[in-house]
Design a binder for this molecule. Structure first.
Ligand SMILES: *[C@@H]1O[C@H](CO)[C@@H](O)[C@H](O)[C@H]1NC(C)=O
Ligand SMILES: *[C@@H]1O[C@H](CO)[C@@H](O)[C@H](O)[C@H]1NC(C)=O
Length: 391
């Protein structure tokens, strides 16, 4: 019985020549088909991955390129009333062949300026529905509108006023530390505490300039109009942008090189003891005394600082301290503080570094012209503390 069952289990047809022939042909055909199919599939994937890799390699290589000026689009807000007077300041930092900018001005005066300023394009934002606040609303929209234009190769949108001067190399160095594909809102609050109390310590004051990463501009793009409606009662455009970023849950990244300069009178003390960080911007230059007593006009005074900055941008206003002690010179103990490109202070006595790095209070607060408080420590400029200074 078992002998009869077993052959049934045997694949007997293998013994048949015809079946084998058919089988061979079937196998051959399927093998061929399989081979062809595999070859095409493999080549498809190879090509696909090759082209994919090729594309992503290009993108990666591009991203790995360090941030430079060509990656920044400036948005300059101003009024036509002040533009002609203040445009002189732009000569210090504006480089038409290397930089790109959008300029938001009040529409009424638009015609006069178009063509008059070939280096700057005027942004005609449709913000008339924000009625009496349309100027501030337009400024607030500079970043998102510029984003909306879809300009190639932009990583950062940097806002400023027409009386803001930038130090371009330092701006690039600061922004280069951050990933523009992440959401960043970078700037600094006001120097005058009274201003921070009124507005916010967490707000980038617009005149000092602030930077919005590409990703942040994309996020802002979708919500800005709603924000402008909701915060129509605010005075400034920078407040609206801040309020909008708060809705998105984006905090301010503070960079001490941005300077709103909410100060009055003489800013010498602040410039002579700048924090150890690249100097990115200065603002309100029309509202403070010329930064050097050697020049009656601010334009000329600033020119000397920019001449130095062109030679060595990273070191501009950076403070260095040294001492000539009694050991090296038996008659003198001298302290020397250098603010690169700006001033040297000589003290014929020893002043500790933790004192030297505190700015002299040569200025007043922005709103009330008081002695303080400021967002940093200050020391009094009394005759007994007064150094000899050289500009
Ligand atoms: C800026 O970076 C881009 C690459 O993203 C590069 O093509 C360009 O040459 C750079 N420009 C300068 C002035 O280095
Ligand atoms: C210089 O300072 C040293 C140490 O602080 C002190 O001993 C010395 O008398 C000072 N010299 C002068 C000339 O003041």
């Amino acid at each position: 019985m078992a002998g009869k069952v077993l052959p049934a289990c045997k694949p007997y047809f293998l013994n048949s020549k015809i079946t084998t022939g058919i089988l061979r042909r079937i196998i051959k055909t399927s093998l061929c088909t399989l081979l062809l199919f595999s070859v095409s599939l493999i080549s498809y994937f190879v090509l696909l991955s090759a082209s994919y890799n090729w594309r992503s390699t290009i993108a990666t290589v591009d991203l790995l390129q360090p941030t430079n000026l060509s990656h920044i689009v400036f948005g300059i807000g101003g009024s036509a009333r002040t533009w002609h007077r203040r445009r002189g300041y732009s000569e210090f930092w504006w480089r038409p062949s290397e930089m790109r900018a959008m300029c938001g001005l009040t529409r009424r005066r638009l015609k006069r300026l178009v063509g008059g300023e070939p280096a700057l394009r005027v942004l005609a934002a449709g913000t008339d529905r924000h009625a009496k606040h349309s100027a501030a609303a337009r400024m607030a929209r500079i970043a998102t509108e510029t984003y909306g234009l879809g300009i190639e190769g932009v990583r950062w949108f940097v806002m400023g006023d027409d009386d803001t001067v930038f130090f371009p190399e330092n701006l690039v160095a600061v922004l280069g530390k951050y990933d523009h594909e992440q959401i960043y809102y970078i700037g600094a609050p006001s120097e005058s505490v009274e201003q921070d109390e009124i507005h916010s310590y967490g707000m980038a004051f617009g005149g000092g300039g602030f930077a919005v990463s590409y990703a942040a501009a994309a996020a802002l793009y979708g919500v800005i109009d709603g924000c402008l409606e909701r915060y129509a009662y605010f005075y400034g455009s920078d407040q609206r942008v801040h309020a909008c970023f708060s809705e998105l849950g984006v905090p301010l990244t503070r960079e001490p090189g941005f300077h709103q300069v909410d100060l009055r009178r003489d800013v010498y003390g602040m410039l002579a003891a700048h924090p150890v960080a690249p100097l990115v911007s200065l603002h309100h230059i029309d509202y403070v005394h010329p930064i050097s007593p050697l020049f009656p006009s601010q334009l000329d005074a600033l020119r000397t600082l920019f001449n130095a900055a062109r030679t060595d941008p990273a070191r501009t206003l950076q403070q260095s301290i040294c001492y000539l002690t009694g050991r090296s010179s038996p008659v003198l103990n001298w302290s020397v503080s250098v603010s690169w490109g700006y001033t040297i202070q000589l003290y014929p006595w020893i002043v500790e570094p933790n004192q030297l790095e505190v700015p002299f209070r040569t200025f007043k607060t922005w709103r009330s012209f008081r002695k303080g408080p400021f967002g940093f420590n200050t020391r009094e400029l009394a005759p007994q503390t007064c150094p000899a200074s050289v500009h």
